[in-house]
Design a protein around this ligand. Structure first.
Ligand SMILES: C[S@@+](CC[C@H](N)C(=O)[O-])C[C@H]1O[C@@H](n2cnc3c(N)ncnc32)[C@H](O)[C@@H]1O
Length: 308
Protein backbone atom coordinates (compact mmCIF):
# COMPACT_ATOMS: atom_id res chain seq x y z
CA UNK A 1 0.00 0.00 0.00
CA UNK A 2 1.11 3.52 -0.76
CA UNK A 3 1.75 5.82 2.17
CA UNK A 4 3.95 8.79 2.87
CA UNK A 5 6.28 7.13 5.35
CA UNK A 6 9.25 8.81 3.67
CA UNK A 7 10.73 11.29 6.17
CA UNK A 8 12.18 14.37 4.43
CA UNK A 9 15.92 14.78 5.04
CA UNK A 10 17.61 18.05 6.13
CA UNK A 11 14.23 19.75 5.76
CA UNK A 12 14.87 22.90 7.78
CA UNK A 13 18.37 23.38 6.36
CA UNK A 14 17.21 22.91 2.74
CA UNK A 15 14.33 25.35 3.09
CA UNK A 16 16.43 27.99 4.83
CA UNK A 17 18.72 28.11 1.80
CA UNK A 18 16.01 27.75 -0.83
CA UNK A 19 13.11 30.05 -0.10
CA UNK A 20 13.37 33.82 -0.40
CA UNK A 21 10.89 36.36 0.88
CA UNK A 22 9.74 37.72 -2.47
CA UNK A 23 7.10 36.07 -4.72
CA UNK A 24 8.67 33.67 -7.16
CA UNK A 25 8.83 30.41 -9.05
CA UNK A 26 10.25 27.32 -7.34
CA UNK A 27 11.17 23.92 -8.79
CA UNK A 28 11.32 20.61 -6.92
CA UNK A 29 12.88 18.03 -9.29
CA UNK A 30 12.34 15.03 -7.00
CA UNK A 31 8.84 15.42 -5.63
CA UNK A 32 8.53 11.90 -4.14
CA UNK A 33 5.93 12.03 -1.38
CA UNK A 34 6.02 15.78 -1.22
CA UNK A 35 7.85 16.08 2.10
CA UNK A 36 10.00 19.00 0.98
CA UNK A 37 7.30 20.30 -1.39
CA UNK A 38 4.82 20.61 1.46
CA UNK A 39 7.24 22.75 3.43
CA UNK A 40 8.10 24.88 0.37
CA UNK A 41 4.36 25.53 -0.09
CA UNK A 42 4.09 26.57 3.57
CA UNK A 43 6.90 29.09 3.19
CA UNK A 44 6.13 30.68 -0.18
CA UNK A 45 3.46 33.35 -0.45
CA UNK A 46 0.16 33.31 -2.32
CA UNK A 47 1.65 34.80 -5.51
CA UNK A 48 4.41 32.18 -5.78
CA UNK A 49 4.32 28.90 -7.69
CA UNK A 50 5.93 25.54 -7.01
CA UNK A 51 6.54 23.37 -10.07
CA UNK A 52 7.46 19.81 -9.18
CA UNK A 53 8.23 16.59 -11.00
CA UNK A 54 8.92 12.94 -10.29
CA UNK A 55 9.94 10.28 -12.79
CA UNK A 56 8.18 7.59 -10.75
CA UNK A 57 4.54 7.26 -11.77
CA UNK A 58 3.36 6.11 -8.31
CA UNK A 59 5.03 9.07 -6.58
CA UNK A 60 3.62 11.45 -9.20
CA UNK A 61 0.06 10.14 -8.78
CA UNK A 62 0.28 10.14 -5.00
CA UNK A 63 1.54 13.72 -4.75
CA UNK A 64 -0.82 14.99 -7.46
CA UNK A 65 -3.70 13.81 -5.29
CA UNK A 66 -2.12 14.97 -2.03
CA UNK A 67 -1.85 18.55 -3.35
CA UNK A 68 -5.02 18.49 -5.50
CA UNK A 69 -6.47 21.57 -3.75
CA UNK A 70 -3.24 23.56 -3.91
CA UNK A 71 -3.55 26.20 -6.64
CA UNK A 72 0.09 27.31 -6.43
CA UNK A 73 1.30 23.80 -7.31
CA UNK A 74 2.00 22.29 -10.79
CA UNK A 75 3.04 18.68 -11.06
CA UNK A 76 4.77 16.65 -13.80
CA UNK A 77 5.82 13.04 -14.38
CA UNK A 78 8.98 14.10 -16.26
CA UNK A 79 12.67 13.51 -15.69
CA UNK A 80 14.19 16.49 -13.87
CA UNK A 81 16.68 16.79 -16.75
CA UNK A 82 13.68 18.16 -18.70
CA UNK A 83 13.46 21.20 -16.42
CA UNK A 84 13.82 23.48 -19.46
CA UNK A 85 10.88 21.81 -21.19
CA UNK A 86 8.73 22.08 -18.05
CA UNK A 87 9.66 25.78 -17.74
CA UNK A 88 8.65 26.30 -21.36
CA UNK A 89 5.28 24.57 -20.87
CA UNK A 90 4.64 26.73 -17.79
CA UNK A 91 5.89 29.91 -19.57
CA UNK A 92 8.44 30.40 -16.79
CA UNK A 93 11.60 32.27 -17.85
CA UNK A 94 13.59 31.59 -14.67
CA UNK A 95 13.27 30.08 -11.20
CA UNK A 96 13.99 31.70 -7.82
CA UNK A 97 14.76 28.36 -6.20
CA UNK A 98 15.64 24.93 -7.62
CA UNK A 99 15.74 21.89 -5.36
CA UNK A 100 16.53 18.18 -5.73
CA UNK A 101 16.69 15.40 -3.15
CA UNK A 102 18.43 12.72 -5.20
CA UNK A 103 18.06 8.96 -5.21
CA UNK A 104 15.09 6.84 -4.26
CA UNK A 105 12.41 7.29 -1.63
CA UNK A 106 11.74 5.01 1.33
CA UNK A 107 8.62 3.86 -0.46
CA UNK A 108 10.60 2.77 -3.52
CA UNK A 109 13.13 0.98 -1.30
CA UNK A 110 10.46 -0.79 0.73
CA UNK A 111 8.07 -1.50 -2.13
CA UNK A 112 8.74 -5.05 -3.26
CA UNK A 113 7.31 -4.44 -6.73
CA UNK A 114 10.00 -1.81 -7.48
CA UNK A 115 12.77 -4.37 -6.92
CA UNK A 116 15.07 -1.70 -5.44
CA UNK A 117 16.25 -3.73 -2.51
CA UNK A 118 18.32 -6.85 -2.23
CA UNK A 119 16.58 -7.68 1.06
CA UNK A 120 13.39 -9.15 -0.41
CA UNK A 121 12.60 -11.34 -3.40
CA UNK A 122 11.38 -9.24 -6.34
CA UNK A 123 11.87 -8.95 -10.07
CA UNK A 124 15.33 -7.57 -10.74
CA UNK A 125 14.13 -4.30 -12.25
CA UNK A 126 15.54 -1.09 -10.65
CA UNK A 127 13.93 1.28 -13.17
CA UNK A 128 12.41 4.40 -11.61
CA UNK A 129 10.62 5.09 -14.86
CA UNK A 130 8.97 1.95 -16.23
CA UNK A 131 9.19 3.40 -19.76
CA UNK A 132 12.97 2.88 -19.78
CA UNK A 133 13.65 0.03 -22.22
CA UNK A 134 16.18 -2.05 -20.28
CA UNK A 135 15.98 -3.17 -16.68
CA UNK A 136 18.61 -4.60 -14.35
CA UNK A 137 17.81 -8.22 -15.29
CA UNK A 138 18.45 -7.39 -18.98
CA UNK A 139 21.84 -5.93 -18.01
CA UNK A 140 23.04 -8.87 -15.91
CA UNK A 141 21.79 -11.45 -18.44
CA UNK A 142 23.12 -9.88 -21.62
CA UNK A 143 26.11 -7.61 -20.96
CA UNK A 144 29.66 -8.97 -21.34
CA UNK A 145 31.89 -9.70 -18.36
CA UNK A 146 33.98 -6.60 -19.12
CA UNK A 147 30.90 -4.36 -19.41
CA UNK A 148 29.52 -5.63 -16.09
CA UNK A 149 32.91 -5.18 -14.41
CA UNK A 150 33.00 -1.57 -15.59
CA UNK A 151 29.47 -0.83 -14.36
CA UNK A 152 30.19 -2.32 -10.91
CA UNK A 153 33.50 -0.50 -10.65
CA UNK A 154 32.46 2.89 -12.02
CA UNK A 155 29.04 3.16 -10.37
CA UNK A 156 29.46 0.98 -7.27
CA UNK A 157 33.17 1.58 -6.58
CA UNK A 158 33.32 -2.16 -5.83
CA UNK A 159 36.81 -3.67 -5.61
CA UNK A 160 35.65 -7.20 -6.44
CA UNK A 161 33.83 -6.11 -9.59
CA UNK A 162 35.66 -8.49 -11.91
CA UNK A 163 35.06 -11.57 -9.78
CA UNK A 164 31.36 -10.77 -9.32
CA UNK A 165 30.93 -10.12 -13.06
CA UNK A 166 32.66 -13.42 -13.89
CA UNK A 167 30.42 -15.35 -11.50
CA UNK A 168 27.30 -13.72 -12.99
CA UNK A 169 28.39 -14.76 -16.51
CA UNK A 170 29.01 -18.36 -15.33
CA UNK A 171 25.69 -18.69 -13.51
CA UNK A 172 23.52 -17.20 -16.25
CA UNK A 173 24.63 -20.04 -18.56
CA UNK A 174 22.85 -22.45 -16.20
CA UNK A 175 19.77 -20.32 -15.46
CA UNK A 176 18.56 -16.81 -16.29
CA UNK A 177 18.99 -14.31 -13.42
CA UNK A 178 15.52 -12.85 -12.86
CA UNK A 179 15.12 -11.86 -9.20
CA UNK A 180 16.88 -9.72 -6.62
CA UNK A 181 17.62 -12.83 -4.58
CA UNK A 182 19.15 -14.64 -7.62
CA UNK A 183 21.63 -11.79 -7.86
CA UNK A 184 22.26 -11.49 -4.09
CA UNK A 185 22.97 -15.20 -3.93
CA UNK A 186 25.59 -14.95 -6.71
CA UNK A 187 27.23 -11.95 -4.99
CA UNK A 188 27.19 -13.80 -1.65
CA UNK A 189 28.90 -16.83 -3.21
CA UNK A 190 32.07 -14.79 -3.90
CA UNK A 191 31.95 -12.31 -0.99
CA UNK A 192 33.17 -12.94 2.58
CA UNK A 193 30.28 -12.78 5.06
CA UNK A 194 31.41 -9.59 6.80
CA UNK A 195 31.47 -7.60 3.51
CA UNK A 196 28.19 -8.90 2.09
CA UNK A 197 25.77 -6.14 3.07
CA UNK A 198 28.11 -3.44 1.76
CA UNK A 199 28.77 -5.36 -1.46
CA UNK A 200 25.06 -6.05 -2.09
CA UNK A 201 24.30 -2.39 -1.72
CA UNK A 202 27.19 -1.32 -4.00
CA UNK A 203 26.20 -3.72 -6.81
CA UNK A 204 22.51 -2.78 -6.61
CA UNK A 205 23.48 0.90 -6.54
CA UNK A 206 25.69 0.42 -9.62
CA UNK A 207 22.92 -1.29 -11.59
CA UNK A 208 20.38 1.35 -10.54
CA UNK A 209 22.67 4.20 -11.61
CA UNK A 210 23.34 2.49 -14.95
CA UNK A 211 19.73 1.56 -15.76
CA UNK A 212 18.40 5.05 -14.89
CA UNK A 213 21.45 6.87 -16.34
CA UNK A 214 21.46 8.78 -13.06
CA UNK A 215 24.81 10.55 -13.28
CA UNK A 216 24.41 11.93 -16.80
CA UNK A 217 20.85 12.97 -15.98
CA UNK A 218 22.14 14.84 -12.93
CA UNK A 219 24.81 16.66 -14.99
CA UNK A 220 22.22 17.76 -17.56
CA UNK A 221 19.82 18.88 -14.82
CA UNK A 222 22.46 20.92 -12.98
CA UNK A 223 23.73 22.65 -16.13
CA UNK A 224 20.22 23.55 -17.26
CA UNK A 225 19.35 24.68 -13.72
CA UNK A 226 22.18 27.21 -13.65
CA UNK A 227 20.89 28.61 -16.97
CA UNK A 228 17.38 28.81 -15.52
CA UNK A 229 18.10 30.49 -12.17
CA UNK A 230 17.14 34.12 -11.61
CA UNK A 231 19.92 36.39 -10.38
CA UNK A 232 19.94 35.88 -6.59
CA UNK A 233 18.07 32.57 -7.02
CA UNK A 234 19.25 29.51 -5.06
CA UNK A 235 19.98 25.93 -6.03
CA UNK A 236 19.93 23.32 -3.25
CA UNK A 237 20.89 19.68 -3.87
CA UNK A 238 20.80 16.74 -1.45
CA UNK A 239 22.92 13.75 -2.49
CA UNK A 240 23.45 10.37 -0.87
CA UNK A 241 26.65 8.93 -2.35
CA UNK A 242 30.06 10.23 -3.34
CA UNK A 243 29.55 9.92 -7.11
CA UNK A 244 26.56 12.26 -7.04
CA UNK A 245 28.13 14.62 -4.53
CA UNK A 246 31.28 14.93 -6.67
CA UNK A 247 29.21 15.95 -9.70
CA UNK A 248 27.33 18.61 -7.70
CA UNK A 249 30.56 19.90 -6.16
CA UNK A 250 32.44 20.03 -9.49
CA UNK A 251 29.65 21.73 -11.44
CA UNK A 252 29.12 24.32 -8.69
CA UNK A 253 32.90 24.94 -8.55
CA UNK A 254 33.19 25.30 -12.34
CA UNK A 255 30.39 27.86 -12.31
CA UNK A 256 32.30 30.03 -9.81
CA UNK A 257 35.40 30.30 -12.01
CA UNK A 258 36.16 33.48 -13.96
CA UNK A 259 38.73 31.83 -16.26
CA UNK A 260 39.29 28.29 -17.57
CA UNK A 261 42.18 29.03 -19.94
CA UNK A 262 45.20 26.68 -19.87
CA UNK A 263 47.65 27.74 -17.12
CA UNK A 264 50.36 28.80 -19.62
CA UNK A 265 48.14 31.37 -21.41
CA UNK A 266 49.56 34.82 -20.64
CA UNK A 267 46.13 36.48 -20.93
CA UNK A 268 42.62 35.15 -20.53
CA UNK A 269 40.98 34.23 -23.82
CA UNK A 270 38.07 32.07 -22.61
CA UNK A 271 35.73 34.89 -21.65
CA UNK A 272 34.21 32.74 -18.91
CA UNK A 273 31.86 34.54 -16.57
CA UNK A 274 31.24 33.17 -13.05
CA UNK A 275 27.56 32.40 -12.60
CA UNK A 276 27.40 30.93 -9.07
CA UNK A 277 28.44 31.84 -5.56
CA UNK A 278 28.80 28.80 -3.30
CA UNK A 279 26.81 29.07 -0.04
CA UNK A 280 28.09 25.85 1.58
CA UNK A 281 31.89 25.83 1.78
CA UNK A 282 31.58 22.33 3.19
CA UNK A 283 28.47 20.24 2.59
CA UNK A 284 25.83 20.43 5.31
CA UNK A 285 25.17 17.03 6.91
CA UNK A 286 22.38 15.83 9.23
CA UNK A 287 22.76 16.11 13.00
CA UNK A 288 23.15 12.97 15.11
CA UNK A 289 19.60 13.56 16.33
CA UNK A 290 18.21 13.50 12.79
CA UNK A 291 20.16 10.34 11.95
CA UNK A 292 18.86 8.67 15.12
CA UNK A 293 15.28 9.41 14.01
CA UNK A 294 15.85 8.63 10.32
CA UNK A 295 18.70 6.27 9.51
CA UNK A 296 18.34 6.96 5.77
CA UNK A 297 19.58 10.51 6.41
CA UNK A 298 23.02 9.27 7.47
CA UNK A 299 24.79 9.67 4.13
CA UNK A 300 23.04 12.90 3.07
CA UNK A 301 25.07 15.91 1.92
CA UNK A 302 23.52 19.28 1.15
CA UNK A 303 25.20 21.74 -1.21
CA UNK A 304 23.72 25.14 -2.00
CA UNK A 305 24.68 27.95 -4.34
CA UNK A 306 23.33 31.32 -5.45
CA UNK A 307 23.09 32.62 -9.03
CA UNK A 308 25.13 35.76 -9.44
C1 LIG B 1 14.64 10.86 -2.05
S1 LIG B 1 13.15 10.87 -2.96
C2 LIG B 1 12.47 12.46 -2.72
C3 LIG B 1 11.68 12.56 -1.47
C4 LIG B 1 10.99 13.89 -1.26
N1 LIG B 1 11.93 14.99 -1.15
C5 LIG B 1 10.13 13.83 -0.01
O1 LIG B 1 10.56 14.37 1.03
O2 LIG B 1 9.06 13.22 -0.05
C6 LIG B 1 13.72 10.99 -4.58
C7 LIG B 1 12.62 10.99 -5.63
O3 LIG B 1 13.19 11.47 -6.82
C8 LIG B 1 12.70 10.75 -7.91
N2 LIG B 1 13.72 10.86 -8.96
C9 LIG B 1 14.95 10.32 -8.98
N3 LIG B 1 15.59 10.68 -10.10
C10 LIG B 1 14.75 11.47 -10.79
C11 LIG B 1 14.84 12.16 -12.03
N4 LIG B 1 15.93 12.08 -12.79
N5 LIG B 1 13.80 12.93 -12.43
C12 LIG B 1 12.68 13.03 -11.66
N6 LIG B 1 12.52 12.36 -10.50
C13 LIG B 1 13.54 11.61 -10.06
C14 LIG B 1 12.49 9.35 -7.38
O4 LIG B 1 11.51 8.66 -8.15
C15 LIG B 1 12.03 9.61 -5.95
O5 LIG B 1 10.64 9.65 -5.83
Amino acid sequence: MMNDHHTPVLLEESLNFLVMGRPGFYFDGTLGFGGHAQEILKRINSESTLVATDIDLDAFKYSKEKFADEKRFKVYNFNFSQIDLIAKIESIKSFDGIFADLGVSSFQLDNIASGFTYRTEANLDLRMDKKIVINAADVVNSFSEDELTKIFFDFGEERNSKLIARKICERRKEKKITTTLDLSEIIASVTPFKFRVKTFSKIFQALRIYVNDELETLRVFLNKSVDLLTSGGKIVILSYHSLEDRIVKDIFKYETLDCVCPKDFPVCKCGKVPRLKILTKKPVTPSEGEIRLNVRARSAKLRAAERI
